[in-house]
Write a protein that binds this ligand. Structure first.
Ligand SMILES: C[S@@+](CC[C@H](N)C(=O)[O-])C[C@H]1O[C@@H](n2cnc3c(N)ncnc32)[C@H](O)[C@@H]1O
Length: 212
């Protein structure tokens, strides 16, 4: 995955232009104050949506992206953390969003962390990678073919067993996602009113309905 400042700036341009065919962003309601973005990059979601009057928290494992954001966007609280271990108290956020970051994580663990930090009746908005997108990314190098095969097998594994395996010995994950797998993981973590749209973008919305 390309994860440098140029990539994030390009994504910020897309996120700032509703007329761009690649535009795909959640709306935030007036009463939703505490917002968490998992895999925030430089903060393109908060910046593009002009959420200057909210309590915005963006986490990412990429220090370069976080440093870029910290210097420029004072209304975003950047945290260097992995989605599998969110350094926040339980029931802290009204909304948790994640735009095409979960495909690079251990999704079942990240979703169980989201269920812990979100408030009862809190809302999630997550976007994912369907299989056709992964197939389009194939390049003709042995290294890439091996990695893409891992991504596909991992997606199939999660579809069948609800779990993912890391790439080789490293703590690196990637997979494609199916609506069935995500639906099952969300239900197991007390999410309901699950809406999955698999049109141009693979977006999942749900509500955390467990009582506190
Ligand atoms: C494709 S980029 C998406 C960035 C941004 N959400 C956007 O909308 O453009 C994926 C981001 O997820 C971050 N990421 C990958 N694995 C992560 C993990 N385990 N925990 C937190 N962030 C992660 C990457 O560093 C990168 O910034």
């Amino acid at each position: 995955m390309e994860s440098n400042i140029k990539y994030h700036l390009c994504e910020l341009d897309i996120a700032s232009n509703k007329n761009d065919s690649r535009y795909c962003m959640p709306d935030i309601c007036e009463n939703e104050k505490n917002i968490l973005d998992i895999g925030c990059g430089i903060g393109q979601f908060f910046i593009s949506q002009k959420l200057t009057n909210k309590f915005n928290v963006g986490i990412d494992i990429n220090l370069e992206a976080l440093s870029y954001g910290i210097k420029r966007y004072k209304y975003i609280n950047y945290v260097n953390a992995d989605g599998v271990l969110l350094p926040f108290k339980s029931h802290s956020f009204d909304v948790v969003i994640s735009r095409v970051s979960l495909p690079y994580t251990n999704i079942p663990k990240v979703i169980s962390e989201i269920a812990r930090v979100i408030k009862p009746n809190g809302r999630i908005w997550l976007s994912f990678h369907p299989l056709p997108m992964i197939l389009k990314q194939f390049k003709f190098s042995i290294k890439d073919i091996i990695f893409r095969l891992y991504v596909i097998l991992n997606g199939l594994y999660m579809h069948c067993f609800g779990r993912l395996i890391p790439f080789l010995y490293k703590n690196k994950y990637e997979s494609f996602q199916t609506a069935y797998a995500i639906n099952r993981i969300l239900k197991a973590n007390s999410f309901s009113r699950i809406e999955i749209s698999k049109g141009k973008h693979f977006v999942v919305k749900a509500i955390y309905e467990a009582s506190s």
